[in-house]
Design a binder for this molecule. Structure first.
Ligand SMILES: Cc1ncc(COP(=O)(O)O)c(C=O)c1O
Length: 353
């Protein structure tokens, strides 16, 4: 089935450089679908990218009933366009939606619509090394009502934005502050959902970290402030004495698709990987004993972001001399190789549009 398309009257200029600021340029078209109680999700369509008209009482503005996703389309050397495990994003959209009392979408159907949108905007997938087309599906509550209750109407939209490389000139280890004051999420809260409030509530910690020269924040659990959770928009892995450890999904951590993929790659390589609770004290002890060999964040934005330094309560852990670890590099090369069609996709993770 083909979607109804309203063509944009004029086409915007596409960026001619790899230095594209994140999330500021949008493609010519977007996908929209509506939900109404009793009618379900209906009227899928592609329309020109344009501002929305919403009632000021629309519930999204008042109680934050919204969820979103983030994935990318990659250009291969021979000009094809690939998506990386997009079905996982729609699976997670529904998981997040369930937590926020948003009605589920048909995941296969919406993936089909996404493919039509990407196919239409194919020329927007940039070619320069490290660039991609960032895809942002999101759902907002649209019912005009100030009642504190789930909305009876929603909009699902997909917008797309060409983005530059996360690190220009190859991956670089970053410095991260271990946050000891603010809390991102607690078990039973919304930490496992990709929803707006989880991000804006982290801005203060982010600003505090940046003031002291850190690129990001490493969150600890909200109850004891001991157990490591995740970084701003990445999951975290450590190599301790040859073993790879990542915090287990506790209900307050986002189930990253890169995280899942890294675990699957490590298992295939027969490298021991454990999902468990890991405290910051245990990490510091491993560091003092010279056993903390590598640390890296994982996420759609950077794929792998090596951590060169962790700052925790005035204590500094310099990891692998601020150098990229061998494992971090190998994982980065493997995942980006699959995403860009340069390495054999033996997992069957990519979908050609
Ligand atoms: C809070 C948070 N953790 C982890 C991730 C990494 O998830 P993924 O690998 O699916 O991009 C993201 C990014 O989406 C995130 O926002």
């Amino acid at each position: 089935m083909s979607l109804p398309i309203v063509e944009a009257a004029y086409k915007k200029e596409k960026p001619e450089t790899e230095q594209i600021p994140f999330g500021r340029t949008f493609t010519d078209h977007m996908f929209v679908m509506d939900y109404e109680e009793g009618k379900g999700w209906h009227k899928p369509r592609i329309v020109p990218y344009e501002p929305l008209t919403l009632d000021p009482a629309a519930m999204i503005f008042h109680y934050g009933q919204t969820v979103f996703e983030g994935l990318k389309a990659y250009r291969t050397d021979d000009g094809r366009v690939l998506l990386f495990r997009p079905e996982k994003n729609f699976e997670r959209l529904n998981l997040s939606g369930d937590r926020l009392s948003i009605p589920p979408v048909d995941e296969d159907e919406v993936l089909g619509y996404l493919k039509e949108l990407v196919a239409l905007e194919k020329d927007w997938v940039p070619e320069f090394e490290g660039t991609s087309l960032y895809i942002r599906p999101f759902i907002i509550a649209t019912e005009p009502s100030l009642a504190v209750a789930p909305s009876k109407s929603y909009k699902l939209m997909i917008i797309m934005s060409p983005v530059g490389p996360y690190f220009s000139g190859g991956i670089k280890p970053v410095t991260i502050n271990v946050e000891d004051q603010f809390t991102r999420a607690v078990k039973g809260g919304t930490g496992m959902a990709k929803t707006a409030g989880n991000y804006s509530s982290g801005y203060q910690a982010q600003a505090k970290a940046a003031k002291e020269g850190n690129a990001d924040v490493l969150w600890l659990d909200g109850v004891e402030k001991r157990y490591i959770e995740e970084v701003g928009s990445m999951n975290i892995f450590f190599k301790i004495d040859g073993e790879i450890v990542t915090p287990a999904l506790s209900g307050s951590i986002l189930q990253g698709i890169t995280r899942t993929s890294i675990i699957e790659v490590l298992k295939k390589w027969e490298i021991p990987v454990t999902e468990r609770r890991i405290s910051i004290e245990e990490l510091y002890e491993a560091y003092e004993q010279g056993k903390l060999e590598e640390a890296f964040g994982t996420g759609t934005a950077a794929v792998i972001s090596p951590v060169g330094e962790l700052n925790w309560l005035g204590k500094k852990m310099v990891i692998n001399d601020h150098e990229i670890g061998a494992l971090s590099q190998e994982l980065y090369d493997t995942i980006t190789g699959i995403q860009r069609g340069r390495k054999e996709d033996s997992f069957g993770w990519t979908i050609e549009v």
